[in-house]
Design a protein around this ligand. Structure first.
Ligand code: SAH
Length: 353
């Protein structure tokens, strides 16, 4: 019989299993602290637990089900992992260093993506399947394994492959495990960002969790017409509805919403677009994150605007009273735009290499 994933198993179930095995309640707490707090990757290493229990757990559960098949490293300490899932599917996960001491883990939520945004490599081969909660949490644990020092993990963003809110229940379970201080990794909700292309029911459900997770909405255009050319399926929802959901999110959580805006040369980078964006967001409690396009092989006809155009766009926003910044292009040398490494690995596999 193959082993069950241990990570992200409901706490109640683990407690019940340990109680049935004759363990006192504190043993479950110890076990969960070993798994999430200390990040131990084998039961055998948990020498504070009785040997019989370690053997029992190891016979039933695996602590890691994802396996690294490729790794890219950048000079600044950032790295990107291609990970094989139990069923052979591939995903990516990245660690983006903001300094030598701190950095952000970027987590995938699906194998592929159904949304089909113009410039995004993740959607180029469609959606294969949703990730399970353990496959999301294990990405963070694996990065910690590689870092060797948990303190270097400062933030988690759900900005890898996939649309997190299209896989809501698994996302919510993973968030719980990352955030829970006693039976999880204890990462503060304010240090966890969920990025969505604008799925309104999901935004409302995330708000209703009543936690302070940071919400980022990939807007990319100030009008429905232009947005329809950029974000594929997600453009079926009018911007006005997305903004209403974002307002609901703010009211429920008191957290400012970030709007992501990927700048594509000649498409959505004009001063007129910037002025419309100012008019759209107005007094809305938000921040705009401008992201110059990362080149993607599958869309070679698209290019990033030059620095002057980016500066001009930013100026219009800031003079219009919008809090905005340009995201530093971390990880370009890692092929870090969502899904690019996975596609390369799949192509290599298809070519029989
Ligand atoms: N599906 C979610 C999260 C994954 S993508 C979403 O759409 O928000 C995370 C961010 O990276 C999104 O804002 C997405 O539009 C952006 N992105 C995707 N491909 C990119 C590229 N080639 N260059 C720059 N940003 C890109």
């Amino acid at each position: 019989m193959s082993l069950l994933p241990f990570v992200a198993q409901p706490q109640g179930q683990i407690e019940a299993e340990l109680a049935a095995a004759g363990c006192r309640p504190f043993v479950a707490r110890q076990l969960l602290h070993n798994v999430y707090g200390l990040g131990l990757a084998s039961f055998d290493a948990m020498t504070d637990l009785p040997k019989r229990l370690r053997e029992l757990l190891a016979a039933r559960y695996a602590l890691r089900t994802l396996h690294e098949t490729d790794r890219r490293e950048a000079a600044d300490g950032s790295f990107k992992l291609v990970l094989a899932l139990d069923d052979g599917n591939l995903i990516e996960c990245a660690y983006l260093a903001s300094s030598a001491a701190r950095g952000t883990v970027c987590v995938s939520t699906q194998v592929g993506c159904a949304m089909g945004c113009l410039f995004c490599a993740s959607g180029k081969k469609g959606l294969v399947r949703n990730l399970h909660p353990h496959e999301m949490v294990e990405q963070v644990l694996l990065v910690c394994d590689r870092l060797g020092d948990r303190e270097r993990l400062s933030n988690v963003t759900f900005m890898g492959i996939g649309e997190p809110l299209a896989n809501f229940d698994a996302l919510a379970a993973a968030l719980e495990r990352l955030n829970d201080g006693a039976a999880g990794m204890g990462i503060g909700a304010r240090r966890i960002t969920v990025s969505t292309c604008g799925l309104v029911p999901g935004i409302r459900r995330l708000a209703d969790l009543g936690r302070q997770f940071h919400l980022a909405v990939s807007l990319h255009a100030p009008t429905d017409e232009l947005r329809a050319r950029i974000v594929g399926r997600a453009a079926r929802t009018p911007i006005a509805e997305i903004l209403a959901a974002a307002r609901y999110y703010f009211e429920k959580t008191t957290r400012k919403v970030t709007f992501e805006y990927v700048l594509v040369g000649g498409l959505n980078d004009s001063p007129d677009c910037a002025r419309r964006l100012v008019a759209l967001l107005g007094e809305f409690p938000s921040m705009v994150n401008l992201i110059p396009l990362n080149p993607v092989a599958a869309c070679a006809d698209l290019h990033a605007p030059d620095a002057a155009a980016v500066r001009r766009f930013l100026d219009v926003l800031q003079k219009g009273g919008i809090e905005a910044c340009v995201r530093r292009r971390k990880g370009a040398e890692l092929d870090a735009a969502c899904g690019q490494l996975r596609i390369r690995a799949m192509d290599r596999r298809d070519a029989g290499e």
